[in-house]
Design a binder for this molecule. Structure first.
Ligand SMILES: CC(C)(COP(=O)(O)OP(=O)(O)OC[C@H]1O[C@@H](n2cnc3c(N)ncnc32)[C@H](O)[C@@H]1OP(=O)(O)O)[C@@H](O)C(=O)NCCC(=O)NCCS
Length: 260
């Protein structure tokens, strides 16, 4: 099958001695690739320190999403899928992450779920999470899609840091992906948000520095109008600090104007 090449170049593969450069290409996956995608996901899941950090995607859901326009950007090295980014357009379905931050009606139609990203451990450090984000954003330019939303575990420092560096902010913290219901048996997740029609750099007041493990404090801050907007370095215990602040009034005004 002829695929459209989105990008090609060289990336580093980690080896016992250091690293080697290898050619890579980024291409959109199609339905025939979903088994390879699931195989990579299983390999990564097996290597995770905590299974709570990542929620696997069901094959049936991926195929259904693809029928509805979902895009998956795959990074191939020597013909093998080594990383991917998966975005979907959930419209008014229950899967729409906009529901977690109280988006309603037509706002839900403009949501893009940034569903998952995976990079094989040998290729981490090539900024592939952000590289594939760039391709996703290019595809959204000039479309009706506006609200980018993602979920990240508070114990998934590297993913959170990459999302915040890509312009997302923490809008909520709650349990997600429960078998019974989100808040009953779900896993703790940040709901990360970016409005691509409002990419102006925000300023925050009343900044408070919070540890990622202080879940109740973060919930309370958010309830009181705070947003998580930056992360510090990872410490020796695997924890890190997050900066929460209240968007400055001028920014709130411009947000309200846009929503009106
Ligand atoms: C999150 C993830 C996609 C980031 O991969 P990436 O794009 O290669 O990360 P970066 O290139 O930004 O890495 C920056 C640095 O952090 C390190 N790093 C990235 N992910 C790491 C991880 N999971 N554990 C330890 N170090 C990691 C990189 O080695 C690099 O270090 P360096 O600067 O010293 O070389 C990857 O860690 C991953 O696949 N994790 C498992 C799946 C997951 O949690 N996905 C996100 C939720 S959907």
């Amino acid at each position: 099958m002829n695929r459209i090449m989105e990008e090609e170049g060289y990336i580093k593969r980690r080896t016992a001695e250091g690293h080697e450069f290898e050619p890579f290409s980024i291409m959109k996956l199609d339905m025939d690739d979903v088994d390879e995608m699931k195989a990579l996901e299983s390999e990564i899941m097996a290597g995770l320190a905590s299974p709570d950090a990542f929620s696997p995607d069901e094959k049936e859901d991926i195929l259904e999403d693809m029928k509805n326009g979902a895009m998956i950007f795959g990074v191939f090295v020597k013909g093998r899928l080594r990383a991917y980014r998966y975005i979907s357009f959930p419209k008014r379905t229950e899967a729409n992450y906009g529901r977690d931050i109280e988006l309603k009606g037509e706002e839900l139609d403009r949501v893009v779920n940034f569903t998952s990203t995976i990079v094989h451990p040998e290729y981490r450090g090539n900024r592939l999470q952000r590289k594939t984000m760039k391709h996703a954003l290019e595809q959204l330019r000039g479309t009706e899609y506006r609200y980018l939303i993602s979920t990240v575990s508070p114990i998934n420092y590297y993913s959170l840091k990459n999302m915040i560096r890509s312009g997302f902010v923490i809008k909520k913290i709650k349990r997600k992906y429960g078998k019974i219901a989100d808040e009953i048996d779900g896993k703790m997740r940040y709901i990360l948000f970016r409005d691509i029609n409002d990419d102006m750099v925000k300023r925050y007041s009343k900044t408070i520095v919070v540890n990622n493990t202080e879940i109740d404090l973060q919930k309370n801050l958010i309830k009181n109008g705070y947003i998580g907007y930056d992360v510090d370095e990872l410490d020796e215990f695997g924890d890190y600090k997050i900066l929460f602040g209240v968007p400055k009034p001028t920014d709130i005004k411009s947000m309200e104007a846009k929503d009106a």
